[in-house]
Design a protein around this ligand. Structure first.
Ligand SMILES: [Zn+2]
Length: 195
């Protein structure tokens, strides 16, 4: 049997692997979790179990646990694309009424500040997915320098494809998923051609 100290340390180490959770926060979380009843503990552990098989799809950039990615399948035959920086942005766009598009997730934006250049993003796979039948590629990023640099990188790779940008109104630099549905809907409706 492992000692109490080791048990506590093991839980703290695991929780502190989460983004945004430091050791001190983890140390506060563990006692709270220990007070959970069996039902809640089971729900937590069962909820985490798919993590073992989850990966990022090399074609579309979304989470998948399968070689037949659902997002790739859903996007087959679409004539419009919507490009997002993070997977959670898709939920925000769908809630704002954007459907009938193929989604593509770059895995971030070009960011000199974070040392993230074009090579770190899923751009080559994007070019592979776009053919001459695509009528519009919506660049679904909020405004900001990183969005501008990313837009530039995409337009250089897809010179023949009509690109549109979201209308202003979204907060600068914020993730789309932090904006409300109405703001996103307005920015979609007012989107403009990028030239
Ligand atoms: Zn995929």
């Amino acid at each position: 049997m492992i000692s109490q100290g080791e048990t506590f340390e093991s839980l703290v180490r695991a929780l502190s692997l989460l983004p945004g959770i430091g050791i001190r926060t983890a140390q506060r979380l563990v006692p709270a979790m220990v007070r959970w009843d069996d039902e809640k503990r089971t729900a937590f552990l069962d909820g985490l179990s798919p993590l073992r098989d989850l990966t990022i799809c090399r074609q579309c950039g979304f989470l998948t646990d399968d070689s037949d990615c659902r997002i790739c399948q859903d996007g087959m035959g679409a004539t419009r694309f919507a490009i997002v920086s993070h997977p959670q942005d898709v939920l925000a766009l769908e809630a704002a009424g954007l459907t009938d598009v193929a989604f593509h997730c770059l895995g971030g934006l070009v960011s000199p500040g974070k040392g993230q250049d074009e090579d770190a993003l899923l751009l080559d796979a994007l070019v592979q997915r776009i053919d001459e039948n695509i009528q519009e590629v919506i660049l679904a990023f909020g405004p900001g320098l990183e969005a501008d640099l990313t837009t530039d990188a995409i337009s250089r790779r897809l010179p023949q494809t009509p690109l549109t940008r979201l209308a202003t109104g979204l907060p600068v630099g914020a993730d789309l998923s932090h904006s409300d549905v109405l703001t996103i809907r307005r920015s979609l409706e007012g989107r403009t051609k990028y030239e």
